[in-house]
Design a protein around this ligand. Structure first.
Ligand code: ADP
Ligand code: MG
Length: 359
C-alpha cells in the first residue's frame, strides 16, 4: 500500500481513464495493433519508404509498399525489421510513431497517452530494446513495455504459459521463426532462426531461375507459395502459373509449376524450421517433454499456415501439432491480453521491464 502511494501519480492515473491500452506486434513483415475492447484496428505491412540519400521517411505501411517499383529512383521502400533486427533506428521509430498516431486518429482518443506493450523479436539486443521503448515513448506512450514475440504469440494462441505445465509455440513470420517452450510463466527453451516466409519466397525465385531460366519477382513467388505451397504431400497436387522474364532471351514468359515442384523449392527453408523444432525438443527437460506430448505443439504466424506443415512436424517429432486460431494476429492479441491482465502477466515482460516492475 505504501509503495502504491509512493508510486501514485494522480495525473497519469487520470489520463489512464481516458486513454487506450495498445498492443503492438512489430513484425518483420506485418505490424498489427490491437486496442482494448476494439480488437485489431491496424494491420499493415512493416514497410517504410525513405528518400535514398537522406533516409528521410516519406510513407509508412501499405502506402509505402505500394510505392515499391513505382517511385522515382531516389525513393526506396525498406523493411526495417526484415531480419528480426532493427537495422535503422530512426526508421523503426518513424514506423512506430505512424502506427501509434493512427490509433489516435481512428479512435479520436481525447488524451492520446496510451499504455503500450510492443512485441519484439526475441533475438534483439538490449540496445535495440531500448530503441523500441524510446520510440514508443517518443510517439506519446505513457508507459511502454516490451514482450518477446513468441511469448505474446503463445498468450494470444491461448497456451497455458503461466501454469507449471509445459507448452510450445512455433511462430513463423516473414523474417524469423521463433520456437519457445514455456513452463511456470517463463521461457525454458528458445530458438530463433532467420529463416521463415521470406526465405521460402527467395527459394522459389531461385528454383524458377535454375530450372526454367525464369526471372520472377518475390511477390509472385509469395503468391505461389500462399496459393499452392506445401510442406507435406497433398491429397490433390495442383499447379500455378508463374509469370516473369526469360533470362536467356529477355522476353516475357509464363511457366506452369506444380505443387510438387514448389514443395521441392521450399524444402530447404522448411527443413531449417523443422530442425529448429527438433533442437528445441532435444533440449527440453524430460518432464516438460511429457507435457508437450499431451498438450502438443502450436503453430502461429503467417508461415504457420503453410499447407501440411503441421503434418510434416507431426511426422518428424511424433507429437500432436496444430495451427492457432487466426495465427497472424496471435502476437497482437497476446500483447493486448497482457495489458488487460497486467498483474498476472507482468512477469513475462522483457527483462528490463520486469526488473522495473519488481523494484
Ligand atoms: P511477421 O510476424 O514476421 O511480421 P507474419 O506472421 O505477418 O510475419 O507472416 C508473414 C509471412 O507469412 C510472409 O512470409 C507471408 O508470405 C506468409 N504467409 C501469409 N499467409 C500465408 C499463407 N496462407 N500460407 C503461407 N504463408 C503465408
Ligand atoms: Mg510475428
Amino acid at each position: 500500500m505504501l509503495s502504491f502511494l509512493r508510486n501514485f501519480r494522480p495525473l497519469d492515473w487520470l489520463l489512464g481513464l481516458f486513454s487506450q491500452d495498445v498492443g503492438i506486434d512489430l513484425g518483420t513483415a506485418n505490424t498489427l495493433v490491437s486496442v482494448r475492447d476494439k480488437g485489431i484496428i491496424i494491420n499493415e505491412p512493416s514497410w517504410v519508404a525513405v528518400r535514398k540519400r537522406t533516409r528521410e521517411p516519406l510513407a509508412v505501411g501499405a502506402e509505402a509498399r505500394e510505392m515499391v517499383g513505382r517511385t522515382p529512383a531516389d525513393i526506396v521502400a525498406i523493411r526495417p525489421l526484415r531480419d528480426g533486427v532493427i537495422s535503422e533506428f530512426e526508421i523503426t521509430e518513424a514506423m512506430l510513431n505512424y502506427f501509434i498516431n493512427k490509433v489516435h486518429e481512428q479512435l479520436l482518443t481525447p488524451f492520446p497517452r496510451p499504455r503500450v506493450v510492443v512485441g519484439i523479436p526475441s533475438g534483439v539486443t538490449e540496445v535495440e530494446e531500448r530503441a523500441v521503448r524510446d520510440a514508443a515513448m517518443a510517439a506519446g506512450a505513457r508507459e511502454a513495455y516490451l514482450i518477446e514475440e513468441p511469448v505474446a504469440a503463445a498468450i494470444g494462441a491461448g497456451l497455458p504459459i503461466i501454469e507449471s505445465r509445459g507448452s510450445m509455440i512455433v511462430d513463423i513470420g516473414g523474417g524469423t521463426t521463433e520456437v519457445a517452450v514455456f513452463a511456470l510463466g517463463g521461457v525454458v527453451i528458445r530458438r530463433s532462426v532467420r529463416v521463415a516466409g521470406d526465405e521460402m519466397d527467395e527459394d522459389i525465385v531461385q528454383y524458377a531461375r535454375d530450372k526454367y531460366n525464369l526471372l520472377i519477382g518475390e511477390r509472385t513467388a509469395e503468391r505461389a507459395k500462399i496459393t499452392i505451397g506445401s510442406a507435406f504431400p497433398m491429397p490433390e497436387e495442383r499447379t500455378v502459373t508463374l509469370r516473369g522474364r526469360n533470362l536467356i532471351n529477355g522476353l516475357p514468359q509464363s511457366v506452369e509449376i506444380s505443387s510438387i515442384e514448389l514443395r521441392e523449392a521450399m524444402a530447404p527453408a522448411i527443413n531449417v524450421i523443422v530442425d529448429a523444432v527438433k533442437d528445441a525438443i532435444d533440449e527440453t527437460p524430460p518432464e516438460l517433454v511429457a507435457d508437450l506430448m499431451e498438450v502438443g505443439i502450436c503453430l502461429a504466424g503467417g508461415g504457420g499456415q503453410i499447407r501440411g506443415l503441421d503434418d510434416r512436424i507431426r511426422e518428424e517429432v511424433r507429437m500432436h501439432v496444430w495451427v492457432a486460431d487466426d495465427p497472424m494476429t496471435c502476437v497482437a492479441r497476446g500483447a493486448g491480453r497482457v495489458l488487460e491482465n497486467f498483474d498476472l502477466y507482468s512477469r513475462v515482460l522483457a527483462t528490463d521491464d520486469r526488473s522495473r516492475r519488481l523494484k
